[in-house]
Design a protein around this ligand. Structure first.
Ligand code: PLP
Length: 375
């Protein structure tokens, strides 16, 4: 069986000496980010670290597609901390929050908003389908915030963010966006769309080590924060504390300096490659892998092509496929792929195409191993 006929993907002899990480995050660490991790430590109040942070803030504005009016920073935690910081700072008891929840991460947003006192209402969609913007319009009511996951990792669905954002903008509600599987790889226009709060995780589209959540806060979101009746219960990520450190350069907490060095390199590498070029790369890879696996019986899980999340390739498994057995066999060969989550367990694979995972070399290794195991 020949899974890959395209010359670019012609399999070389596999090398199982290193791990091949094809999960929907974390992703393989970019070589520049890996080297930067081993730099000698500097203090978190060192002028060189502040200069590095300023450069990161500017690069993050470029990644999110926004201007100098937007405050950007790194939180010392994973993507979930980015999610939590948004609700902790922008929601107060009794606030009306509409959450677009068509997968696990949308539901996580709803749970967090509720824990910070919001009265949460949901817009849902059938499994594997995107949120319908008309449903957002119908449910908007007097929502003070609308929250949406741009790319729903649990199902490989890309939600129609520009259309949803247009509806929210007209209503005046704040718009919070989970950009964990999109920012740095997919088009993201924070300013044009009118996004007020966005976050991602360093280990996803940028291929930096896990442990940092890059966030962006609009002026409107800061004004909402400034008008709070009570301080945020989450001291660690209080917006004013972040501003103290990132703008005023006064101590708030000890940032993980070595992760900052590493992240700065990964982000620079992404911008030097070019965001449109990265979006083209992930699409090319997705088409090649889908075509290569089709003869085995794998097919796209998300029906509508425009609703397929390019960075997380969700493929329906062939009939009678031994999902757990094949993935365990791959793991023995030092290859990690991820199955479905919850209701899609045993039904799909979710192949990571974020950052450095979206390269022919690691997928060649997967194809050779599958040929070997399934022949
Ligand atoms: N949001 C989305 C869309 C995700 O895919 C993930 C993680 O996979 C998260 C949030 C949570 O990020 P983390 O696991 O880095 O806390």
């Amino acid at each position: 069986m020949k899974l890959l006929e395209t010359p670019q993907l012609t399999p070389p002899a596999p090398d199982y000496s290193e791990h091949t990480l094809l999960t929907p995050g974390p992703t393989p660490i970019h070589p520049r980010a890996m080297r930067a991790l081993t730099r000698p430590m500097l203090g978190h109040m060192d002028p060189e670290v502040f200069a590095l942070n300023r450069a990161v803030q500017a690069d993050l504005r470029e990644m999110y597609g926004t201007g100098p009016e937007t405050f950007t920073a790194l939180l010392a935690g994973t993507g979930s901390l980015g999610m939590e910081a948004g609700f902790a700072n922008l929601v107060e008891k009794g606030d009306d929050v509409l959450v677009c929840a068509n997968g696990s991460f949308g539901r996580r947003m709803a749970e967090m908003a509720a824990r910070y006192g919001a009265k949460v209402r949901l817009v849902t969609a059938p499994l594997g389908e995107p949120i319908n913007p008309a449903d957002v319009a119908d449910h908007l009511g007097s929502a003070q915030m609308v929250a949406v996951v741009h790319g729903e990792t649990s199902t490989g669905v890309l939600n129609p963010l520009p259309e949803i954002a247009e509806i929210v903008r007209r209503s005046g509600a704040l718009l919070t966006v989970d950009a964990v599987t999109t920012a740095g790889m997919e088009p993201f226009d924070m300013k044009g769309w009118g996004v007020d709060y966005a976050y991602t995780g360093a280990q996803k589209c940028l291929s930096a080590p896990p442990g940092l959540a890059p966030i962006a806060i609009s002026e409107r979101a800061f004004a909402r924060y400034a008008a709070r009746r009570h301080p945020t219960p989450l001291w660690y990520c209080d917006f004013s504390g972040l501003r103290d450190y990132w703008i005023e350069h006064t101590y708030h907490h000890t940032v993980p300096v070595n992760l900052h060095f590493s992240f700065a390199e990964a982000l620079r590498a992404a911008l030097e490659e070019g965001l449109p070029e990265r979006a083209a790369r992930v699409r090319w890879m997705g088409r090649a892998i889908t075509a290569a696996l089709a003869p085995l019986g794998f097919s796209p899980y998300v029906e509508r092509p425009e609703a397929r999340l390019p960075t997380v390739l969700a493929l329906r498994l062939p009939d009678h496929f031994d999902d757990a057995g094949v993935r365990a066999g791959l793991r023995q060969r030092e290859i990690s792929v991820t199955g479905g989550l919850g209701p899609t367990a045993g039904l799909i694979w979710r192949l990571g195409l974020m950052g450095e995972a979206a390269r022919p070399a690691p997928y060649r290794i997967l194809m050779v191993a599958l040929e070997d195991m399934l022949d």
